[in-house]
Design a protein around this ligand. Sequence first.
Ligand code: HEC
Length: 148
Amino acid sequence: MRFAAVMGAMFVCASMAQADSPVVADRGLDGFVSVDRLPVPEASFLQDGRTIWADTCEGCHGGNKYVGAPKITSLRAWEPRIAQGMEILIDHAVNGFVGPKYTEMPPRGANPDLTDEQVAAAVAFMVWTSGGDAVVETYLKTLMGEGS
Ligand code: HEC
């Protein structure tokens, strides 16, 4: 508990450079987290992700207890998932994924109209505001081919 709180504080500090900081809590923000409670990131890729997230992912990932989806802004729910790395998270979101408790992430959030890139943007936004902002920053740099 205490450890997670300290980690949370660290994430908040680490993101001070952002125009609008991600919001996180140990178990996520209280109640259902609709998109209007979430910050607008600086990067346009993440801004697109925020819009896509609101349209397709919010219904489950905003904190729907019945489907068992990891709640956005929850450090506890996302830390072990983020540890898998962006590539696996995006693969699971694009192709679908059934977890150990038989809860199911449907391919593309059950929205077949989304492109791979749109799904990736929604994943990146969700990770960004669930404790993984540093991971997402690195991912964005890779996307932009920086340093190559
Ligand atoms: C119908 C409900 C539902 C919708 C809609 C949905 N998800 Fe999920 N998602 C889940 C569930 C349930 C899990 C957890 C599966 C498990 O680990 O048991 C999950 C897990 C995930 C994970 C973690 C995968 C991992 O490896 O741990 C990512 C990333 C994800 N969803 C992204 C998205 C994105 C992006 C969208 C919107 C485009 C979306 N989801 C829409 C239900 C949903």
